[in-house]
Design a protein around this ligand. Structure first.
Ligand code: SAH
Length: 289
């Protein structure tokens, strides 16, 4: 983009029927990993709003959504930059996860409204993981609960597979654990490193690298976190299950509730017992701890 266009921002609004909810949110998880707003409508159905600087990206996303959910209504429009900044800042509100964490955008770093909570500062950028997506919030709440229960604690090791913005690893490192974050997307790796610095987490407490579970081969961790999606979670089950230290905890997220049985079965085939499930909306996390 050049010149004046650089200042432009675009908004895609989708109104979807109840039965298309899973399809639309699944596609948004892939095509709008930077986040979106969701509002249940009184007469049923949901309004999804996605802001993005690339009109082309939103146009492609709209076309994909309308192919998957032809009954949906879509509106694509330009937003004034000033409105956008306000909307952006309004959207990235603090997110409380479990008893321990609060996820904040950097412009709220100075807020002391959350005494006793560990702040996780995340610059809302292209990498997934601002805390506004249910799967991220689920993982952080589970980490918080495991810390509360003394099931995991300072000095232990973690693996954050599919680190995205680095949000989960930062939460673990700020809780005294030490570990490794991996992502196959180089932009996510850069973003995770930026967020690590923003949070004052030393690289030695939270190592971040490009790649998948193979990069962690031969190592095992007291806590293994993977908020990816059902299919890749199933594909890497042998390696991921092996990354868990004996007696360690494993948390899998990014799974639609309708997919949870299939994912759990693949991990049980690796010798794991039945998982505990935590549900949030249509999303489900599988927990072995
Ligand atoms: N952990 C963050 C981000 C989750 S989004 C959070 O909880 O919010 C999922 C991330 O996993 C994306 O950044 C994607 O690039 C990455 N990813 C997908 N498949 C992967 C794989 N097989 N190995 C490592 N990273 C993967």
């Amino acid at each position: 983009m050049a010149g004046a266009e650089q200042a432009a921002l675009f908004r895609l609004e989708i109104i979807a029927e109840e039965e298309d909810f899973d399809r639309v949110s699944g596609l948004l998880a892939l095509g709008a990993p930077f986040g979106w707003e969701e509002e249940s409508l009184e007469g049923g159905g949901t309004r999804f709003v996605i802001h993005c600087e690339s009109e082309d990206h939103l146009r492609r996303l709209r076309d994909e959504l309308l192919t998957a959910a032809p009954q949906a209504e879509a509106t694509l429009e330009t937003v004034e930059r000033q409105d956008w900044l306000a909307a952006w800042r309004q959207f990235f509100t603090p997110v409380l996860c479990g008893s321990r964490f609060v996820v904040l955008p950097p412009w709220l770093a100075g807020e002391d409204r959350f005494p006793g909570r560990i702040p996780i500062l995340i610059e809302p950028k292209s990498a997934f993981g601002t805390g506004h997506h249910a799967t991220t919030a689920l993982c952080l709440s589970i980490v918080s609960d495991l810390l509360d229960a003394g099931r995991i604690g300072a000095g232990q090791s973690f693996l954050d597979l599919g680190t995205g913005s680095g949000i989960l690893g930062i939460g673990c490192a700020k809780s005294g654990l030490m570990g490794l974050g991996l992502d196959i997307d180089p932009l996510a790796v850069d973003n995770a490193r930026e967020n690590r610095a923003l949070n004052g987490v030393p690289a030695a407490s939270f190592e971040i690298g490009e790649g998948s579970v193979a990069e962690a081969a031969g190592r095992s961790f007291d806590l293994v976190l993977a908020n990816i999606l059902a299919r890749p979670l199933m594909e890497i089950a042998p390696e991921l299950a092996a990354a868990r230290a004996a007696g360690g905890a494993l948390v899998l997220s990014g799974i639609l509730e309708s997919q949870a049985d299939a994912v759990e079965a693949v991990y049980r085939a690796q010798g794991l017992p039945a998982a505990r499930r935590t549900i949030e909306g249509e999303w489900c996390a599988l927990v072995w701890a």
